[in-house]
Design a protein around this ligand. Structure first.
Ligand code: G6P
Length: 596
């Protein structure tokens, strides 16, 4: 998701725009840039500064530059769609003569034909983006006419050399907010960036356009609808949710959608992964995979192992990264090592990666934080594009990791993919959303179970790692002892713990092991242990053994953890809240563990 920030007023615009881009960081990005009128240059030319990767690199690049007060500055964080993340593709874009500069959020669907037309008219392009077209369109036809030629979506902020005291804006399909301060005006992709700066905002509607200048906000004949903005930055970022964790759980469907977007094409029985294109030929020679990760990412990795063995017929080992680095495993040929990390900075995972690199394994990454160390040091990889995860206990990243693991394993050379499975994968986001609709009843169940001090989580097959992840969530934020166990192992130990004060959370999905899990539950029931089951819609049988049931939609077996984990995340969250804990920042834990 791209982010736009712009400022015009009596203060220096550049630092303000940069600070506002920082606040939009949570939307995710891979490059960034600003355009502004320089000070103390006499000649009012537009300056453009861009940088790939973290905003701090842009910060360094603009250090020492000053923008002229009372003129405009615009800025952008980009999440690549057309063209790789590099400086020339980063916004702001300019026209042929560097007299117009703009930032854009959205997509120009007819950009190819427009490019042909503009090229014929003599325009020359510097990037591979659809956005640059708009700068040339404005150069050729002026702002209003240019907008009419665009098919697609946009939020735009545009400056030009002839009117340095004005910023043009327009919105169609992509969000844009105008902030009104005292003698100063802002533009931002969402109100988050404006919280604490202004009290009055206009949420632009589709088709609205206008200008901001020291003379005010003008929107043609439209009277702007000014609304009050009463939020501080943190509340703005939480978007009305009481905690980041809950907000992020509720983003579950959307992050899976984002992970699949532009990659999964069920009708063609096709998966495209741009991040693996450079190693496609090498993948065909790989006959062994090692996966290493920590915490939640490790549990995703166990499911990954099952997927790779099931669908890619690829022998796969899964290791805790902290073990991998010190384990003296034999050196293998034709081996690839896959590292999964939300932050991309976890010290143990990074150390394991450097060991695999030194062994000359083909190292791959599944990373959420763009430009992070693990993303940089792996040979190739697939980004999650889940947006920043702020709650310390990982939730949405886990779902996104599972989505990407499905994509990679099904994309692997000679994998056993079929249309039906891909279609089913495409349905997962809306199925996750239907589970989220049950949050009220899950909250009620959480209240009922909040008094227990021990929990057992069980599952089999693909849902055994999901059970461990569910237990980890409960441990992390409610400080309740919870163990995740393979249901079949119950009788070899944990069953000794079961009594009326030791509840079991069981994931019981249709598939190869359904009946087996039911018999495990019968054993628990016979010993008086309370049972909360996560089961598939339509399973009436489960009610005969479980005290409580949370139903999730049916799906194919390998996809079930994507649905079964959602109620477990909510269950842990509500118990943590019921017990009065700071769920976003659990005691003793850190979001990114950069020490061994
Ligand atoms: C920390 C976090 C966990 C996370 C783990 C691995 O322990 O609290 O939520 O799962 O690190 O982090 P990574 O960023 O490598 O996925």
């Amino acid at each position: 998701m791209c982010g736009i920030a712009a400022y015009i007023g009596k203060k220096e615009g550049l630092p303000i725009v940069f600070a506002n881009l920082k606040k939009l960081e949570y939307r995710g990005y891979d490059s960034a840039g600003v355009a502004f009128f320089n000070f103390p240059d006499d000649e009012l030319g537009i300056n453009v500064i861009k940088a790939v990767g973290k905003l701090d690199s842009l910060g360094k690049a603009i250090d020492g530059h000053r923008s002229l007060p009372a003129t405009s500055a615009i800025g952008h964080t980009r999440w690549a769609t057309h063209g790789v993340p590099n400086e020339s593709n980063a916004h702001p874009h300019i026209d042929c003569h560097k007299e117009i500069s703009l930032v854009h959020n959205g997509i120009v669907e007819n950009y190819k034909e427009l490019k042909v037309q503009l090229t014929k008219l003599g325009h020359r392009f510097r990037s591979q983006t659809d956005t640059e077209i708009i700068a040339h369109l404005i150069e050729e036809y002026g702002f209003d006419q240019a907008l009419k030629k665009i098919v697609g979506a946009y939020a735009l902020a545009v400056i030009n050399k002839d009117e340095p005291n004005k910023i043009y804006f327009a919105r169609l399909g992509s969000p844009l907010v105008v902030g009104i301060g005292r003698g100063e005006y802002y533009l931002a992709s969402d109100a988050t960036a404006l919280a604490g700066l202004v009290k009055r905002v206009v949420y632009l509607k589709d088709g609205q356009k206008g200008t901001i200048s020291l003379n005010g906000l003008k929107m043609g004949r439209v009277r702007p609808r000014i609304e009050r903005l009463d939020m501080d930055l943190e509340n703005a970022q939480k978007e009305g949710y009481p905690h980041f964790m809950l907000k992020e759980i509720f983003e579950g469907g959307e992050v899976v959608r984002a992970a699949l977007r532009g990659r999964l094409f069920p009708k063609k029985n096709l998966i495209k992964l741009g991040g693996l294109e450079s190693v496609e030929a090498k993948l065909a020679r790989i006959n062994r995979l090692e996966i290493a990760a920590c915490g939640t990412s490790y549990y995703a990795g166990i499911i990954g192992k099952m997927l790779f063995e099931d669908f890619a017929n690829l022998p796969t080992e899964i290791r805790l990264a902290s073990e991998y680095r010190y384990y003296s495993s034999p050196l293998h040929k034709n081996t690839s090592a896959l590292f999964i990390s939300q932050s991309g900075e976890t010290a143990d995972t990074l150390a394991a990666l450097s060991k695999a690199n030194s062994r000359k394994y083909l190292t791959l990454g599944i990373v959420n934080a763009v430009g992070s160390s693990i993303a940089r040091e792996t040979v190739a990889g697939v980004y999650n594009h889940a947006g920043p995860e702020i709650g310390v206990a990982s939730t949405k990243a886990f779902l996104s990791q599972l989505a990407v693991l499905n994509l990679i394993s099904l994309h692997w050379p000679n994998s056993r993919k079929n249309k039906r499975l891909l279609e089913e994968l495409a349905l997962v986001p809306s199925k996750i959303e239907s589970v989220l609709k049950k949050s009220k009843s899950i909250k009620a169940l959480a209240r009922k179970y909040a008094r227990y001090n021990n929990f057992l989580y069980i599952g089999r097959g693909y849902n055994y790692p999901a059970a461990m992840e569910g237990a980890l969530k409960l441990k992390e934020i409610s400080y309740i002892h919870a163990e995740g166990y393979a249901a079949g192992e119950m009788k070899h130990g944990p069953i000794a713990l079961i009594d009326k004060n030791f509840p079991t959370v069981a994931i019981v999905m249709p598939g190869r092991v359904y009946e087996k899990v039911i018999s495990n539950l019968e054993e628990i029931k016979a010993r008086g242990g309370p049972i909360l089951a996560i089961a598939a819609q339509g399973d009436r049988n489960i009610k005969t053994v479980a005290d409580d049931v949370i139903y999730v939609p049916k799906t194919m077996e390998s996809l079930t953890p994507l649905l079964s984990i959602v109620p477990l995340q909510l269950f842990a969250y509500y118990i943590g809240v019921a017990r009065g804990h700071d769920v976003d920042k659990p005691r003793n834990l850190a979001k990114s563990v950069t020490v061994e």
